[in-house]
Design a protein around this ligand. Structure first.
Ligand code: NAD
Ligand code: UD2
Length: 309
């Protein structure tokens, strides 16, 4: 096994830190580049000698050159994950969410690193009025700067594949949840917010009627696929949806939280968020064909991991 590290940009964050744990557990050295804007060093096993944490910005080519040199593969997870932040500050978030990807492509070309896993998003599809499952060929309709930066990143990664031999494994994550997803922002993942409020007994806010649906994936079911994409000899080009082809409404989510906890704090209904996606559901045939995806963790079991007192 090569002792060259695998680089995880954004590795101090929710998904990145779970991926770091999984790679270390499989015996690989891990290097993390993270500006700690939302990620935390405490998410990582800093006492593990095979882990290196570099505090830096993917929008800075010098930081990326330092991080990419000598790596065997890259998981590119660094981004401002808040859709709202991209609406409020499109130029600032563009630096991280697009320029960061382009800088990485250049750094990988210069240093001869070919495999890159990229965290794209279901946001590239835009609205899904009827709630039918969308497959990877569904027309793209990015509604926000966040979604546009993800789609543009996909196109640049494909250019570097055709022109410079890069090997991008592009995943369009739907709604990933699990421990370490930061609930502190009003734009954090809904499950992390609901879990924190339910445990604290503080009121839960539903933006809209609660009939909006999402395709939730437990982080423990995702990390194995990410490791396969980084480590297997060959990968096929083209984006892959990451979802269960199962959409759950927020009202159903609340029922599941009540089931696990036995009670719920007060639930308040607020106006729906501008630009909110009404329905989201992943057709996941390509995921199941290309990767060994585990039997999905039942929602109640995933929630129980979050709601452990
Ligand atoms: P997160 O905020 O926990 O992780 C993002 C990490 O990137 C953080 O550690 C943050 O400090 C770091 N970061 C941000 N800007 C940076 C910069 N300029 N330079 C270096 N580091 C920077 O969020 P997450 O949920 O773990 O998301 C990881 C990736 O997956 C993101 O690209 C996000 O867009 C994507 N994604 C997540 C979901 C989900 O459901 N969680 C859905 C779709 C896509
Ligand atoms: C998620 C990602 C985003 C993007 C998108 C792609 C996160 C935090 N966001 O956005 O990065 O990839 O997926 O589809 O991972 N809600 C409430 N009450 C709350 C919080 C949320 O009702 O306290 C609603 C919210 O209005 C929305 C739903 O819950 O209708 C899900 O919100 P979210 O931010 O968890 O996820 P989403 O799909 O908007």
């Amino acid at each position: 096994m090569s002792d060259a590290p695998i680089l995880i940009t954004g590795g101090a964050g929710f998904i990145g830190s779970h991926l770091a744990d999984a790679l270390l557990a499989r015996g690989h050295a891990v290097r993390v580049l993270d500006d700690l804007s939302t990620g935390r060093p405490g998410n990582l096993p800093l006492d593990d000698p095979r882990l290196e944490l570099i505090e830096g910005d993917v929008a800075d080519p010098a930081h990326l050159a330092r991080a990419v040199a000598g790596c065997r593969a890259v998981a590119h997870l660094a981004a401002v994950a808040s859709v709202q932040a991209s609406v409020d500050d499109p130029v600032g978030t563009h630096r991280s969410n697009f320029l960061g990807t382009l800088n990485l492509c250049e750094a990988m070309r210069v240093h001869g690193v070919r495999r890159v896993l990229f965290a794209s998003s279901a946001a590239v599809y835009g609205q899904n009025g009827e709630g039918l499952a969308v497959d990877e060929d569904t027309p793209k309709a990015p509604l926000t700067p966040y979604a546009a930066d993800k789609l543009a990143s996909e196109h640049y990664l494909d250019f570097y594949r055709r022109q410079h031999g890069l090997e991008p494994a592009i995943f369009r994550f739907f709604n990933i949840f699990g421990p370490r997803q930061d609930p502190s922002s009003p734009y954090s993942g809904v499950i992390s917010i609901f879990a924190e409020r339910a445990l604290a007994g503080t009121p839960i806010d539903i933006f809209g009627d609660g009939e909006q649906t999402r395709d939730f994936v437990y982080i423990g079911d995702l990390v194995g696929v990410l490791c396969q994409a980084l480590l297997r000899d060959h990968i096929e080009p083209g984006p892959v949806n990451v979802g269960l082809d199962r959409s759950i409404s927020l009202n159903q989510l609340l029922d599941a939280v009540r089931e696990v906890l036995g009670s719920l704090p007060p639930v308040r209904h607020r106006p729906a968020r501008a630009g909110d996606i009404r329905h989201s559901r992943a057709a996941n045939r390509r995921l199941l064909q290309r990767y060994d995806f585990p039997e999905p963790t039942p929602l109640a079991v995933g929630l129980a991991h979050l709601l452990e007192r």
